[in-house]
Design a protein around this ligand. Structure first.
Ligand code: NIG
Ligand code: FE
Length: 424
């Protein structure tokens, strides 16, 4: 399929955006909302933001875009997804409804390995086509940056295919895509009983080759009783470190393996899931500046009852991000706003915390904090105008997609509010 989205032809968003209501956190950590605000966009970047009354004279001649009192947030960031894969696994949903656990499904040959089979069978174009509507669903809600992991190929050829599709999606849709190599996601069937050999392949062949092709922004491991051991995880981290690549970890989802403390020792960008995170893990993450990525979609889908230690993370001051974890097994979620709701309802985050979780802290989980996740001079012009009166509405509606307008990478990418047509 040829998707002719041609972001380059979208209207430029350069100029003065005025009549805006900036949401809390939009301007930075802990900052309150601001009404009658303006944003100046120049050459795709934010040049100035503040109260319209204080707009510097130098900018007054620029074209104007009327925001019609919209609530504005930074572009949303989905910092943990497995968006590129073949097939789907609704059958496992049914198995779990009949009582099987995630581990039982995995041990019965389902789970990740079943997606590996369908991903290996699909060619690059088929994987791209399958991922397009998923990405579009996220973009329609104001997502401006997304992480996409490999991990359903589990061989050099098929991991490469997934990562190439991730890069292509970024180009086709004019969206920031961070690629994460997750070769150590599961043991491919041809390596049954030889997990150390597979980890050697990951470290010595797959990762160096894919990194050399510019396909890897970060490296992740599924550290779990049904994934890889701490020692194997450390081997992958060492290989990443040798290549100068940052690491992150699927950690402490089903049990406390101590993966988060290990990841923190390697300066991990994030530890994700962390339902069973210990006090030692929290202390290590705090020291390393590692973000705690909360994935309420997986928690919900697996009907988990073991909450991540939110109160302890909050008390310690560990930044918490929120993401879809979109994947065909444990979180077939395609709404980051629904994850906001779940982060608040299931994990008891406040609305500003949840909002920081899909903006500023999500940016940090990807190492993008200098340019993404807030509305500040010098950042890429990524922001969303919402036709909402109360910021809590972002987390409140269930399945309602507010018709937002999105400036992504300095261009009008979505205009649900019809602002472009009526702009001054
Ligand atoms: O983040 N935990 C491991 N990885 C995914 C699940 C992948 C799958 O089941 O296909 C996760 O939940
Ligand atoms: Fe995941």
């Amino acid at each position: 399929m040829s998707v002719s989205l041609i972001p380059d032809s979208w209207p430029s968003a350069d100029g003065i955006w005025h009549d805006l209501h900036l949401a809390p956190e939009a301007l930075g950590a802990g900052l309150p909302a601001m009404s009658d605000a303006a944003i100046v966009v120049e050459q795709g970047a934010i040049a100035w933001v503040g109260a319209y009354a204080e707009l510097p004279d130098d900018y007054r001649q620029l074209p104007k875009h009327a925001g019609q009192g919209a609530m504005v947030t930074p572009g949303l960031i989905d910092c943990h997804t497995h968006l590129v894969y073949g097939g789907q696994r609704a059958n496992e949903f049914a198995m779990r409804l009949a009582g099987a656990s995630y581990e039982e499904v995995a041990r019965a040959g389902g789970g990740i390995v079943s997606s590996v089979k369908s991903t290996r069978l699909a060619n690059e174009d088929a994987l791209f086509d399958a991922a397009v509507p998923r990405l579009q669903a996220l973009l329609a809600e104001g997502v401006c940056a997304i992480e996409i992991k490999s991990g359903y190929g589990l061989s050099l050829e098929h991991e490469r295919k997934q990562l190439r599709v991730a890069r292509r999606l970024g180009q086709a849709f004019g969206v920031t895509v961070c690629t994460t190599f997750l070769g150590a996601h599961a043991l491919p069937p041809e390596y049954a009983g030889r997990s150390d050999d597979y980890i050697r392949l990951v470290c010595e062949e797959m990762l160096p080759a894919l990194a050399a092709e510019g396909l890897v922004d970060a490296v992740d491991v599924f550290c779990e009783t049904i994934g890889f051991t701490l020692a194997q995880t450390e081997q992958v981290f060492q290989a990443a470190q040798a290549l100068g690549l940052p690491v992150k970890l699927h950690a402490e989802q089903l049990s406390d393996m101590g993966g988060s403390a290990l990841a923190a020792r390697y300066g991990a960008l994030s530890c994700d899931h962390i339902e069973h995170l210990s006090a030692e893990g929290i202390a290590a993450m705090l020291k390393a500046g590692t973000v705690a990525v909360l994935l309420p979609g997986a928690y919900f889908t697996l009907r988990d009852t073991h909450m991540p230690p939110i109160a302890a993370l909050r008390a310690a001051g560990v930044p918490m991000a929120v993401s879809t974890d979109h994947n065909p097994g444990t979180s077939p979620a395609l709404s980051l706003l629904l994850m906001l709701n779940m982060a608040c309802t299931l994990f008891r985050l406040t609305v500003p915390e949840a909002l920081a979780g899909v903006t500023r802290h999500a940016a940090k989980a990807l190492g993008l904090q200098a340019t993404h996740g807030q509305i500040a001079a010098g950042c890429t012009a990524n922001f969303v105008l919402w036709p909402l009166g109360d910021v809590a509405e972002l987390a409140y509606w269930l399945g309602q997609r507010p018709a937002c307008s999105v400036v992504r990478q300095g261009r009008w990418a979505v205009d649900g509010m019809g602002l472009h047509r009526s702009a001054a």
